[in-house]
Design a protein around this ligand. Structure first.
Ligand code: 13P
Length: 245
């Protein structure tokens, strides 16, 4: 399966900065075996749709759990589809922590994303206290099941241990693979044969110098990258590292 390098900009880059970033990427980017896609803040999506180099995908970082109507400040999956988005991140730990998103909300969002023909990237992963108790597998699988309630198999899963996000502490490739194996077998139970087409990504302090060893693991099919997605040089470094992966 082709690796997906999903770049989560989080709340960084204005539309003008996004235009410059896309232009710089366009000068130096060569499509490799990995698929590159930018998960952008809502207001930069249209700018990127017009300026990203050919072959680079586009995603959003969140979506409303409602279809349309009186939800001031929200953005619907239909709106995202209309501006050219292919992926939508749902259930990122920052949304779960700072905006109180529950598994139910995450599942509702993922269903609407699918209903509009887009691929949800459903994020799961444990915090440090859970890992210290050795309960990371049970915890993450419970979150996975809750977040996939009623959700079809056209989905991407991102395992992001919260203690590794933005901390410089990366899970070892073996730690990441342990969870990817558990997630994959849960997906197989849930979706049967179709589960073999689902990508499982790792996220948490991924950089040019560690991405290859993580994505070399047989059950990991790419990365969801925060900090190292902001500089074109780092993105090119990661893209190169995945060239023959
Ligand atoms: P960092 O790569 O900055 O650790 O962030 C990971 C992440 O949260 C991607 O969604």
């Amino acid at each position: 399966m082709r690796n997906l390098l999903a770049l989560n900009w989080k709340m960084n880059k204005t539309p003008s900065e996004a235009r410059s970033w896309a232009a710089e990427l366009g000068e130096r980017y060569e499509e490799g075996n990995a698929e590159l896609a930018v998960m952008a803040p809502f207001v930069t999506i249209s700018t990127l749709a017009a300026n990203l180099p050919a072959g680079v995908g586009l995603g959003a970082q969140d979506v409303s759990a409602h279809e349309s109507g009186a939800y001031t400040g929200e953005t619907s999956a239909a709106m995202l589809a209309d501006v050219g988005v292919q992926y939508v991140v749902v259930g990122h730990s920052e949304r779960r922590d700072y905006h109180g998103e529950t598994d139910n909300v995450v599942a509702a969002k993922a269903k609407l994303v699918q209903a509009n023909g887009l691929l949800p990237i459903v994020c799961v992963g444990e915090k440090l206290d859970v890992r210290e108790k050795g309960q990371q597998v049970a915890y993450t699988l419970a979150q996975l099941h809750g977040s996939l309630e009623g959700v079809g198999s056209d989905v991407v899963i991102a395992y992001e241990p919260v203690w590794a996000i933005g901390t410089g502490k990366t899970a070892t490739a073996d730690d990441a693979e342990e969870l990817a194996v558990a997630i994959r077998s849960a997906l197989e139970e849930r979706y049967g044969k179709k589960s073999s087409e689902i990508r499982v990504l790792y996220g948490g302090s991924v950089k040019p110098d560690n991405i290859a060893s993580i994505c070399a693991k047989p059950n990991i099919n790419g990365a969801l990258v925060g900090g190292a997605s902001l500089k074109v040089a780092d993105v090119l470094g990661m893209n190169d590292a995945l060239k023959d992966a």
